[in-house]
Design a protein around this ligand. Sequence first.
Ligand code: PLP
Length: 408
Amino acid sequence: MKRFDPEEAITQVQREFGEHGGVCPSISRSSTFTVMAPETMPEIFQGIRSPEKGGCYLYSRHFNPTVDVLARYLSAMEDTEYAVCTASGMAAIACTLLQLCRQGDHIVASRTVYGGTHALLADLLPQWGITVSFIDPTQPEAFDAASQKTTRVWYTESVGNPTLPIADIPILSRKAHARGITLVVDNTFTPMLISPAVLGADIVVYSMTKFINGASDLLAGAICARRDFVHQLMDLHTGRAMLLGPTLDPRAAFDIIQRIPHLAARMREHGRRAMIMAEQLQDWGVAVAYPGLPSFPQHAKLNAIINPGYGFGGMLTIDCGTQKRAEALMDQLQNTEKFGFMAVSLGYFDTLMSCSGTSTASEISPDEQCAMGLSPGLLRMSVGITGNLDSRIEQLRRALQQCDMIKT
Ligand code: PLP
């Protein structure tokens, strides 16, 4: 059977030309749209018509032509029927969970998720009567064991933030569907590399702020799903995306549209460089974790689900032992070596580094951090694609030597 190829799928999207035949689509900035026939407006409000159901655009918090172009790219890339783009990754996650769950419902979630997602699940949703059990994402049986009669959603990241555990999406989707549960997967770390919906996930969410945009100059999110779920989210009277209103600005959508065609090339280069750095770090005896290394605990599992030809991603971690040493290493790498930036986030064309326990995972209690294997000295690195790789490795070597982490 021919494997799904997201890069190829994107090229099949109907090309949207600009107003004057431009090779770039036009940016449609209208907040509201003219309805030409009076009977159309009530039909749009009743859900009988939408832009794709013989209607027209109504209001840009509902659907917007430019944002829809991006949604078409996203749904092609994920092989889902449709997609909604949102103003941030957190908006995509929150709207999805609030659409799927009501007061009294329960979620089983991976304990190794981005700190903001963890806080939403652990603190905010319970205040609204939605309870959450956290489990180890690498153990599909743990999802079963934690499920209750009221469980509506299993939630995981395909490659977890920050310690990079791999979720076995095919097994999870089979198990979830046998119980009538919706599997939601955050694929922020691995666009192109992993296609969660092709592997059986029901809904794929993204922070497009990261690799998909790739320039760290805007925030955006996406929800890729079946058409009926997108229409639920966008229902004019009840849809969570419609009512909470985290709409993506058409100008930001346009910027991402222009960067989607080189996402595959960027992912390959992030992966190529991260692999070479990880091998080098391993040779030096540094405690590196990278999913592409055969020594990585779920390397074989990842190999079984990954789309071939895109590498193993741009994220690696170095366990420096203590927070102090991780900070010293980042200081050297940024301020002495000009190797990259001490900054949260990921997927930028330059290297970004942060000490996860005290930054993006700081919402998570020390006990929970311990349970997810997050050491206080864990330095998370999003490997960039700029500059000469040999020079980068030299910079890394000197910085590690300065911090007494290697002898060579
Ligand atoms: N999902 C993951 C895996 C993330 O790492 C992040 C942010 O770091 C988010 C979601 C939230 O995305 P955003 O900052 O675009 O709201």
